[in-house]
Design a protein around this ligand. Structure first.
Ligand SMILES: Nc1nc2c(ncn2[C@@H]2O[C@H](COP(=O)(O)OP(=O)(O)OP(=O)(O)O)[C@@H](O)[C@H]2O)c(=O)[nH]1
Ligand SMILES: [Mg+2]
Length: 295
């Protein structure tokens, strides 16, 4: 008997949803960062076993922004939950609060299995965890509570086994060689954004978008050029850095990761541009791949 199904992975920003999906897949298919609102799209992470295929859908963290980009992200979360066979709600073991309980309550009447993952247990002591686990007892409808560390790969296989056990019978829906529904071009733009999230101070990365202008595979190497779209002129100056030092650092780190991913030599050119109000401009959003009509 072969099993196949879809599982939405949801939760507050920064709880480790993308890290968990990467751990389940066994490869990095989604970018991660210490800053909230890293993920902007729904991204499939496909896990293939001998007698199953589970399609996990990573989603943006639940939040309430007002821009058209926020609207796109919120709609991505909503549509990711539709028609799935199970939901995994991820919590940060150190920071479970009312917002998580409110989120969980929404699933009380759901007629599909709900799993609660208490992630980042490597950072939480038992004394910290105990009151949280006590409070979670009130959610009797939850199929299973699983404590994990996505980073240390702890209990990730146990989670997978539990999820597989509730998947419906059916043939694989995706090529069993595929790990994600996203293409290399998308991954490249995300890797560049991840380096910006890593290197650039607090707020600015949330106002940045990456547009791939050229993506050419030429024999043994790949030539890529991309625009880093900034909200304000001073954001652009920070992205560029003193004598271009920041954009160079972003470019070097991104190029190395793309080379590791593809096994090919990569030429990467980055340009910083200012497009004030781009997060509310449907045509720019569409150029960046955030097309609300597509989801
Ligand atoms: N120590 C520890 N850190 C973790 C673990 N899982 C994730 N992290 C870190 O937590 C941060 C957020 O992880 P992400 O996977 O980007 O979180 P997310 O829920 O996808 O965040 P958004 O996309 O912004 O909603 C990153 O710095 C991760 O390295 C874990 O199990 N243990
Ligand atoms: Mg994420």
């Amino acid at each position: 008997m072969f099993k196949c199904g879809f599982v939405a992975v949801v939760g507050k920003p920064n709880v480790g949803k993308s890290s968990l999906v990467n751990a389940l897949v066994g490869e990095k298919i989604a970018i991660t960062s210490p800053k909230p609102q890293t993920t902007r799209n729904k991204i499939m992470g496909i896990v293939n076993g001998k007698d199953y295929q589970v399609i996990f859908i990573d989603t943006p963290g639940e939040y309430h922004g007002k821009s058209k980009l926020a609207e796109y992200m919120i709609k991505s979360i909503e549509t990711a939950k539709q028609g799935v066979d199970a939901v995994v709600v991820v919590l940060d073991a150190q920071k479970v609060n009312q917002a998580d309980y409110n989120l969980l309550k929404k699933y009380e009447t759901s007629n599909i299995p709900v799993f609660v993952v208490i992630n980042k247990i490597d950072l939480a002591s038992y004394e910290q965890l105990y009151p949280t686990l006590q409070k979670l007892n009130q959610f009797g409808f939850v199929k299973e509570f699983i404590s994990t560390s996505a980073i240390k790969n702890k209990n990730v296989n146990e989670l997978l086994e539990k999820v597989v056990s509730v998947m419906p019978e059916g043939p694989a829906l995706y090529d069993t060689e595929s790990l994600t529904d996203k293409n290399l071009r998308f991954m490249v733009s995300e890797i560049i954004r991840e380096k910006i999230l890593l290197f650039v101070q607090e707020e600015i990365p949330h106002f940045v978008g990456v547009e791939i202008l050229q993506f050419k595979e030429q024999g043994k190497h790949i030539s890529i050029s991309a625009d880093i779209i900034c909200e304000k002129e001073n954001h652009k100056q920070i992205i560029i850095g003193k004598s271009g030092s920041m954009i160079k650092k972003i470019g070097t780190a991104a190029r190395q990761e793309i080379e590791n991913l593809t096994g090919q030599k990569v030429y990467l050119e980055l340009f910083a541009k200012t497009r004030s109000g781009w997060q509310g401009d449907e045509s720019v959003l569409s150029d960046l791949g955030y097309n609300i009509k597509d989801i």
